[in-house]
Design a protein around this ligand. Structure first.
Ligand SMILES: Nc1ncnc2c1ncn2[C@@H]1O[C@H](COP(=O)(O)OP(=O)(O)OP(=O)(O)O)[C@@H](O)[C@H]1O
Ligand SMILES: [Mg+2]
Length: 239
């Protein structure tokens, strides 16, 4: 469904992503793991058209999308839940969700989708009139995911959904990701620093280090890998 071949991305002279190749098959959950500054967010931004690539190809459903306009990529069925959630704080929960449907115009469809999001995240229905800024971190993450789902994506890019959340809340968010795949056949590329929780829900994973793919394999293979254990699962009690 999503294929990257030898992707390079620069910020001026900074070579942030170096010849990265990866693929995500339909219905797969794939984890992209790496430390701070590894290039995870940069890579997701290029997939969703927020950044230009300086080399390589990105294909979605067999179509080249490298350096396409973000709104066209959303229309093709690929939605991005950004790092730090980036909900619109002064706007209501409902308006944040409706913004996610900006590529649509059939009012009845949008209302039905909104209902579906509220069924999935009842807390958002309870607080639909409140400012998004008043939500807790976990609720804001649900809102950011709900907003992305309003575009009816077939593939979801999630950038560190567990960031800053208590382990219990983080688990709940990850459970929703698994449910979305099961019930809607959603394909997911999941960026995380917490390798253990990401690999617990992913089928496969890639380890990114200073812009390069260092390792890839099934979640079981990566969890058993000595380098992964040392670098990302070192302090077991913290995970
Ligand atoms: N706007 C920018 N201008 C210049 N360099 C940048 C910019 N944004 C990111 N970088 C650099 O690109 C590299 C990759 O950054 P990126 O944010 O993609 O990492 P990341 O893996 O998402 O890290 P984190 O886990 O901290 O979110 C880093 O070296 C970073 O300093
Ligand atoms: Mg990042």
């Amino acid at each position: 469904m999503l294929t990257l071949r030898n992707v390079d991305i620069h910020y001026g002279r900074v070579h942030a992503v170096r010849r990265v190749s990866l693929h995500v098959a339909p219905g797969e959950i794939v984890a992209l793991i790496g430390a701070n500054g590894a290039g995870k967010t940069t890579l997701l931004s290029a997939i969703s058209g927020l950044m230009r690539v300086s080399g390589g190809d990105i294909e979605f459903d067999g179509r080249c999308i490298a350096s396409e306009k973000p709104e066209r990529i959303v229309r093709l069925g690929l939605s991005h839940v950004p790092e730090r959630r980036l909900v619109f704080g002064p706007m209501s929960v409902a308006d944040n969700l409706l913004l996610g449907a900006y590529t649509k115009f059939r009012r009845r469809e949008v209302a039905a989708d909104l209902d579906e999001i509220y069924a999935m995240f009842p807390v958002l229905r309870d607080r639909h009139n409140q400012q998004a800024a008043a939500l807790s971190g976990g609720e804001q993450q649900m809102l950011a995911i709900g907003r992305a789902l309003m575009a009816r994506p077939r593939c979801l890019l999630l950038d560190e959904p567990g960031m800053g959340l208590a382990p219990q809340i983080c688990k709940e968010i990850f459970r929703h990701v698994v449910t979305l795949r099961r019930d809607k056949g959603l394909t997911v590329l999941l960026v995380e620093q917490n390798a253990k929780s990401a690999l617990a829900v992913a089928d496969r994973g890639y380890v990114l280090e200073t812009g390069r793919v260092l390792l890839s394999g099934t979640s079981e293979e990566l969890l058993a890998n000595h380098d992964v254990r040392r670098a990302y699962l070192g302090r077991e009690k913290d995970n």
